[in-house]
Unconditional design. Structure first.
Length: 152
């Protein structure tokens, strides 16, 4: 673990990452060569006394259980709408890919609006939005805080 780093010509102490606690201690305390070696766990011998079978999910960590849950969804999105939540359904919402003229969007400060203009594709693509307040604004498509609203 590095305790000092050279940044812009200055040697400064480093702060440990807040995410270190999420890394298993075996990985944190091992070297690169330790991680490249294949380590297979010993096969677990069945208990001769107990013939009960446990469900495979009961031995999973919470993280592994979440991964299994996502696999069972078959790639469906976990995004839903407020109406679906109120109705108590498991309906998922479609996630639009990109902005299109006529699409309804929400801006954190300016509210709900309608996309009235989209420039050509590229890194400087802009989106023109006419908000319900009557204000019209232009945004860089790849940096704007606009959130598409599902058409209902």
């Amino acid at each position: 673990e590095t305790s000092y780093r050279d940044i812009h010509g200055q040697t400064l102490p480093t702060i440990p990452s807040q995410f270190l606690s999420e890394i298993p201690s075996l990985v944190r305390n091992s070297t690169d060569s330790d991680l490249t070696e294949s380590t297979q766990p010993e096969p677990k011998q069945p208990d001769a006394v107990s013939f009960q079978t446990s469900s495979p999910s009961s031995s999973l960590t919470p993280h592994q259980a979440q991964i299994e849950k996502l696999r069972k969804l078959g790639g469906k999105t976990l995004l839903t709408t407020g109406a679906a939540l109120l109705a108590g359904t498991q309906a998922t919402a479609d996630i639009p890919v990109g902005f299109k003229v006529g699409m309804r969007v929400r801006h954190p400060q300016k509210g709900v609006g309608l996309i009235v203009e989209v420039s050509v594709d590229g890194p400087r693509r802009t989106v023109g939005v006419l908000f319900d307040s009557g204000e019209e604004s232009q945004f860089l498509a790849n940096k704007c805080p606009l959130q598409p609203i599902a058409q209902g």
